[in-house]
Design a protein around this ligand. Structure first.
Ligand SMILES: [Fe+2]
Length: 457
């Protein structure tokens, strides 16, 4: 008897030693939230003698509260039989704690007490925060440098100004549509900005040549992916920027350059870039040809789907284009033109609001702004430029296309000053208007901050 009692007390002593040697604070809490036991680490955490702490409520001790916490985990833990772990900054303690609460199950299977394990993670959190902060600063610097380098190259070739930004934004939109992780998307953003950096070595007269390039000139232009790779390969980006730059003209069937790589040899980021690059290039004016338009770009990537372009990337790109805000407000006092435009855009799946009165258009715009406004200039009720000025006061996030007649060139200059995106000469040619509207819609996508695309649409 004496022996067995002695063993029990030795065991208890052993457990007490283990309990008190733990680095984590351990608190045993009853079902009515009263502390029944705690170890030395807990006493150190609460800066008091264990004897003074037993009998206090857990919410008072941990949180300095007078009442139990609204989201007290005890009920959930005892009902589910599972432990709960979370971390939080506790102002009362001035520390960030990792807390784990679990039930103590008695021999009848009932849970009446709870064990709280608290670990001080203030320092770890602060180190992680600093690391994250410096990582973000580094990424910001990378992006800034990439943007500057992209712009530097485009300075030599005004016709492709904005191309890198356009490819960058469209690549990001495709990446988001494909559900890529945030880090990969950041990489796409930088790759887009830098993919054509090698054009710095292409003579400006070739870049801006107004006629088709000769084979020799084309060969020189094609070198830009290798040059870009050489420029970027020693920069330790956290993304495969140099590889993407090298591969952005490779095609799945091996018909691309510089290495004629095939499908699996081309990394996913390069596949995204190649589609974004083609779509942006085709919707932009080039010295040797006008913009081919969004329709032609869509046809091109559909035709090349699975053959030269990754099918998932093409599908994502088409979905991005599909989600472009297709609402247009048309203002023209000439009813036949107004009706013709209205019918045309309705048939091309645009949501159209048409007004023969600029004042009525402005009133409607003030209630519901439209992303694209197509307006005539000479209207007796209100001049088109005045309408634009008034609308711009409501929101600057609009693309304006103006219909200009003969002798209105001075007004066109003023319109340009107001930030009008495009001019269509009367008599109107539907193809020109369609191209201008598509370009404006697409421009919005490219100018958009691209934060949740779904929210914008
Ligand atoms: Fe390129």
């Amino acid at each position: 008897m004496r022996d067995s009692r002695g063993k029990v007390s030795r065991d208890a002593e052993q457990w007490r030693l283990i309990f008190d040697s733990m680095i984590d604070a351990v608190i045993i809490v009853s079902s009515d939230l009263i502390i029944t036991r705690l170890n030395k680490a807990a006493a150190r955490l609460f800066k008091d003698n264990p004897k003074n702490l037993v009998g206090k409520s857990c919410f008072h001790l941990i949180y300095g509260r007078e009442k139990p916490c609204e989201v007290c985990p005890h009920k959930r833990v005892s009902e589910s039989g599972k432990h709960e772990t979370w971390d939080e900054y506790i102002p009362h303690l001035g520390k960030t704690m990792l807390i784990d609460v679990s039930s103590i199950i008695d021999k009848n299977g009932a849970s009446s007490n709870f064990v709280h394990v608290l670990r001080d993670i203030t320092e770890i959190k602060s180190i992680k925060f600093k690391q994250k902060k410096s990582q973000l600063q580094l990424i910001q610097s990378f992006k800034g440098i990439a943007q500057a380098m992209g712009k530097m190259v485009e300075q030599r070739d005004p016709y492709t100004a904005g191309h890198s930004e356009g490819v960058s934004r469209l690549s990001v939109a495709i990446g988001q549509q494909m559900g890529m992780d945030e880090d990969t998307i950041e990489g796409l953003r930088v790759c887009g900005l830098l993919h054509d950096v090698g054009k710095i070595s292409v003579p400006a007269e070739i870049l801006t040549k107004p006629t088709r390039l000769t084979d020799l000139e084309h060969g020189i232009v094609k070198l830009h992916s290798i040059t870009g790779y050489e420029i970027l390969k020693n920069i330790n980006f956290p993304w495969p920027v140099a590889t993407v730059t090298l591969q952005h003209h490779e095609r799945l069937d091996g018909s691309g350059y510089p290495d004629g790589l095939k499908a699996e040899q081309i990394i996913m980021e390069s596949r995204v870039l190649s589609v974004a690059d083609v779509v942006d290039a085709m919707t932009t004016y080039r010295p040797y040809r006008p913009a081919l338009g969004l329709g032609a770009a869509i046809d091109e990537i559909k035709k090349g789907r699975r053959v030269i372009y990754d099918h998932e990337v093409v599908d994502a790109c088409l979905e991005v284009i599909e989600k472009i805000d297709k609402r247009i407000m048309i203002v023209d006092d000439e009813i036949p033109i107004l009706n013709m435009l209205k019918d045309f855009f309705t048939a091309t799946r645009y949501e159209v609001l048409a007004f023969d009165s600029p004042k009525a258009a402005l009133k409607s715009f003030a209630e519901t702004p439209f992303p694209i406004v197509l307006t005539d200039l000479n209207m007796p009720e209100m001049h088109g430029l005045e309408l634009i000025r008034q609308m711009k006061k409501i929101t600057s996030d609009i693309q304006f296309i103006v219909l200009t007649g003969y002798g209105e060139k001075e007004e066109a200059v003023e319109a340009l000053r107001l930030g009008v995106n495009d001019f269509i000469d009367k008599p109107v040619e539907l193809k020109a208007i369609k191209d201008a509207v598509e370009k404006a819609s697409f421009q919005r996508l490219k100018e958009e901050k691209l934060t949740p695309l779904s929210q914008r649409i």
